[in-house]
Design a protein around this ligand. Structure first.
Ligand SMILES: *Cc1c(COP(=O)(O)O)cnc(C)c1O
Length: 391
């Protein structure tokens, strides 16, 4: 047997994540590995926490990256805030809401679901009804940016409602962080998790999280120990906490954290609000191009995520054949539909470093070509011009 080194091609990643990783971040990953308790590494960890506070718009001391992907951040929020027997209101308007429900029931808590239509934001009036009907509820959970549909929910209003009814809030910001407005402190978010590979454009495998003082008080007041040893924030704090003394908990993914540090330095250089504006501007260009190709969006313009564009696959066009051609001929990846949307929609990501004009032009030209190969009538040149006019 002779297996040699793996050399992947350079793809353009315009799906639901991972997104294109900037060369500066790839370069950072290859820097010399330090011991995970080396004072220089510990200093970098402190900087990472400050940079994450900036990205989340929070002063929360308990803000750090979990050493595992976004799903682990989700689990960290639930296992720390929810105990067996608790009631949690889970808003479901796509795939990731169903995973939140799964987290709640596995803890032995009760999930009351607020079931919304796929492609629509969570309805605050429906949440309020559930809060009135369930005064025993302790936590409200929802997905800010539902990557399975492309819908953006009004996190500020939903968190204000949670607080009004004495509930803590858990917010999934895996796709929203760095891509759209997000203000943890101003909006009163109690526990939030994200991912490194979406709008932060880092490699997959890290999950930034942040917990408010109220969330920490709830964790301290628990009657049951946190069921997960690895994700118990009390123990993680001994490793990531302030004060210089670091107790070994697990070996940090040293080089991966260099990558996240670099991606957050780049976010700070660009400016958070400029990054949000860039995602919006690039979305407007992409949308003009796609509409010029005759494609229709799943989500209404006022609740559309700029970084995740769900469009209906035109009648008579083969989903898998088009995605295969984009990958084979143009090294370009777009996302398939998930759950109820499988086979019906494509999900075109404009996340982080992927949100640039070069990518949009490649996407429009190659998608037009792949659809034309199946007899779909469209004009690539007109789509490119419509996109450029918005950029
Ligand atoms: C991608 C994603 C996740 C899961 O993140 P992983 O890094 O794949 O574990 C969770 N929630 C949302 C909204 C996502 O888009």
């Amino acid at each position: 047997m002779s297996i040699s080194s793996f050399h992947p091609p350079v793809r353009t990643l315009m799906g639901p994540g991972p997104s294109d990783v900037h060369p500066r971040i790839l370069e950072a990953l290859g820097r010399p590995t330090l011991g995970h308790l080396d004072p220089l590494f510990v200093g970098m960890m402190d900087e990472l926490k400050s940079l994450l506070k900036y990205a989340f718009n929070t002063e929360n001391e308990l803000t750090l990256p979990i050493s595992a992907p976004g799903s682990a951040g989700m689990e960290a929020c639930f296992v720390n805030l929810v105990e067996p027997g608790d009631t949690v209101i889970v808003c479901i308007n796509g795939v990731f809401g169903t995973r939140m429900r799964e987290n709640v029931t596995r803890i032995g808590a009760t999930a009351v679901t607020v079931d919304g239509e796929w492609g629509k934001p969570v309805d605050p009036a429906q949440l309020e009804e559930a809060l009135k009907a369930h005064p025993e509820a302790k936590v409200v959970a929802f997905v800010h940016a539902e990557t399975s549909t492309g819908a953006l929910s009004d996190a500020k209003t939903l968190c204000a409602l949670a607080r009004q009814y004495d509930c803590l809030s858990i917010v999934d910001a895996v796709t929203s962080l760095g891509g759209v407005e997000l203000r943890v402190d101003d909006w009163g978010i109690d526990a939030i998790y994200s991912g490194s590979q979406k709008c932060l454009s880092c490699t997959p495998g890290l999950s930034p999280v942040s917990f408010s003082d109220a969330a920490i008080a709830a964790i301290k007041a628990r009657k049951h120990p946190v069921q997960s040893w690895f994700l118990d924030m009390n123990l993680i704090l001994g490793y990531w906490g302030e004060g210089g003394k670091r107790a070994y908990h697990h070996t940090a993914p040293v080089n991966a954290l260099y990558g996240l540090h670099e991606s957050l330095v780049m976010l700070q250089e660009e400016g958070l609000e400029n990054a949000w504006a860039r995602h919006r501007r690039m979305h407007n260009a992409l949308a003009a191009g796609l509409e010029s190709l005759g494609m229709r969006f799943v989500v209404d313009a006022d609740s559309r995520l700029p970084q995740l564009n769900s469009v209906y696959i035109p009648e008579g066009v083969d989903d898998a054949a088009v995605r295969q051609q984009l990958l084979a001929d143009h090294n370009l990846e777009i996302g398939a539909g998930l759950g109820d949307f499988a086979g019906k929609v494509w999900r075109i990501g404009l996340m982080g470093y992927s949100a640039r004009m070069e990518n949009i032009e490649l996407l429009l030209a190659s998608l037009a070509e792949a659809m034309q190969a199946q007899g779909y009538d469209c004009d690539a040149q007109a789509a490119l011009e419509a996109a450029r006019a918005q950029a």
